[in-house]
Write a protein of this length. Structure first.
Length: 274
């Protein structure tokens, strides 16, 4: 009798398994569970530490250079970084050199600024998309107003409270580049090294290993890598978001697959020896 029941169970319609997997993935995506994250990468902690130690009112420049193709990995970490900056009452400037980033940046700041009651022009400024990254970087070394005269809405930036006392890299406390391209390399080579400006970054998981040498030489002050890095940063700021949801979903899916493999093998062994 038991053997027959086990044989019947072993022939279960695979669509039930697909449904169980879908539910397992959907639950944490709807609401992050926040599974314990005991190990946080040192490179991620370094980014957190560099922002955490800045005094209120410091100016941080975010270079957000990613498009919808890399959004799942990079948007959660960009959101966590902006939340951290706002929670520390830092002044935030935003630039981008990827045309596809503009809509994502608008969505991010429209949502997060409300969470912290931050005002456009007073607490943060979003500068317009610029295509020639090296020309922009060179100009900002002496006078950023030589290329950024207005924000993305066409409003003059010189009189904005957020830009008070900010003229070039010497007036910036930190630059953080979140990108799925090689733009972070430009910030390190042409700005960080040349003008002694602290540079940190956030990249896709597949790009992360290539930045190891920059971290070892301290040319890069910290690095967040992929969705796991985003989840780690959300854990550090104690605000679970899409990064945490993604990692929760992956972990639960892996546990489900392991449980199914273990169960099926146990059933086969019991059937064999009954």
């Amino acid at each position: 009798m038991l053997k027959e029941q086990l044989q019947k169970f072993s022939r279960i319609d695979r669509r039930w398994i697909f449904l169980l997997l879908a539910i397992t993935l959907l639950v944490p995506i709807i609401k992050p569970i926040g599974l314990p994250n005991k190990t946080i990468a040192e490179a991620t902690s370094r980014v957190y530490g560099n922002i955490e130690k800045l005094p209120a009112g410091s100016f941080v420049l975010f270079s957000l250079d990613y498009d919808p193709s890399t959004r799942p990995e990079l948007h959660p970490m960009a959101t966590a970084l902006v939340r951290h900056a706002f929670s520390r009452n830092l002044r935030v400037g935003v630039v981008t050199y990827i045309a596809g980033s503009t809509g994502l940046i608008e969505e991010l700041f429209a949502r997060v600024s409300k969470e912290y009651n931050k005002s456009d022009g007073k607490d943060y400024v979003i500068l317009p998309y610029m295509p020639n990254i090296l020309a922009v970087m060179t100009q900002m070394s002496s006078d950023l107003y030589g290329i950024y005269t207005k924000d993305r809405n066409g409003i003059d930036v010189r009189g904005m409270p957020v830009m008070k006392g900010v003229k070039n890299y010497k007036d910036m406390s930190l630059i953080v580049c979140v990108t799925g391209t090689a733009i972070l390399d430009y910030w390190v080579a042409f700005v960080g090294d040349k003008y002694s400006v602290p540079v940190a970054g956030g990249v896709t998981a597949i790009s992360q290993p290539g930045y190891g040498p920059y971290l070892q030489t301290n040319q890069l002050k910290g690095l967040i890598g992929g969705m796991k890095g985003a989840a780690e940063y959300e854990s550090l700021i104690k605000q679970p978001g899409k990064g945490t949801s993604g990692i929760d979903a992956l972990n639960l899916a892996h546990l489900l697959v392991l449980a199914l493999i273990l169960t099926s093998n146990i059933i086969l062994l019991i059937i064999k020896y009954l």
